[in-house]
Write a protein that binds this ligand. Structure first.
Ligand code: ADP
Length: 214
């Protein structure tokens, strides 16, 4: 959490094409629309806990079955547990898609805290700001559409601690799971967003040149 994967995943989707699939965004969208799934997921998210695997996997599985995913997709925040990674392997196998390129964005805990506590999101377009490092031109207003900037409910400090604990317990093993198979590319997430994007595009281009994933 807070490493910048959402920001970067959007850039990848814009340049390389393919839908950007983020369970976090999908749950927040469900909640805004008042669906039962959204209400269930929000209870976990507000405590900083992971949403149960069966809920997340079913949602992703359904989304991946759509036509626009047939040539591949960008997953952001999935898989977050080894059980989810195993489910993804099966989904990819069934869809006849190759193994994923896994990008592991690395960042110090102190920077993660600064990014998460400082994050503000435009209510209208979802544009992401940081009050410390990337403030909007007018306080609390989006530069693009003047939408109100709000803090996510799970970006409060006590919830952030839980999210980081969930990462250690459940998501760190996912990195090991993919590393054993030689699929992980490590990326330094500490630079400015544009720098990280440049490094990420370089990784993708290099991997694409090798064939395989893409
Ligand atoms: P961040 O990565 O900054 O925590 P996300 O929007 O990716 O933000 O996720 C927010 C919350 O949504 C998580 O803390 C978790 O509760 C839930 N969530 C997102 N992705 C998953 C997932 N793959 N499995 C379980 N829960 C998830």
């Amino acid at each position: 959490p807070g490493a910048g994967k959402g920001t970067q995943a959007k850039k990848v989707a814009a340049l390389y094409g393919g839908p950007h699939l983020s369970p976090g965004d999908m749950f927040r969208d469900h909640f805004r629309r008042g669906t039962e799934l959204g209400v269930r997921a929000k209870a976990f998210m507000d405590r900083g806990e992971l949403v149960p695997d069966e809920i997340v996997v079913a949602m992703i599985e359904q989304r991946i079955a759509a036509r626009d995913c047939a040539q591949g997709f960008i997953l952001d925040g999935f898989p977050r547990t080894v059980a989810q990674a195993e489910a993804l392997d099966q989904m990819l196998g069934r869809a006849g898609l190759p193994e994923p390129l896994v990008v592991h964005v690395k960042l110090d805990a102190s920077l993660i805290l600064r990014r998460l506590t400082g994050r503000r999101v435009c209510k209208v377009g979802g544009e992401i700001y940081n009050i410390y490092d990337r403030p909007p031109k007018t306080p609390n207003r989006c530069d693009h559409d003047s939408g109100e900037l709000v803090q996510r409910d799970d970006d409060r400090e006590e919830v952030i601690k839980e999210r980081l604990a969930a990462y250690e317990e459940h998501t760190q093993p996912v990195v090991a799971y993919y590393r054993r198979r030689g699929l992980v590319q490590d990326l330094d997430g500490s630079g400015a967003p544009e720098e990280v994007t440049r490094a990420l595009f370089a990784v993708i281009d290099r991997e694409e040149g090798r064939g395989g994933h893409l």
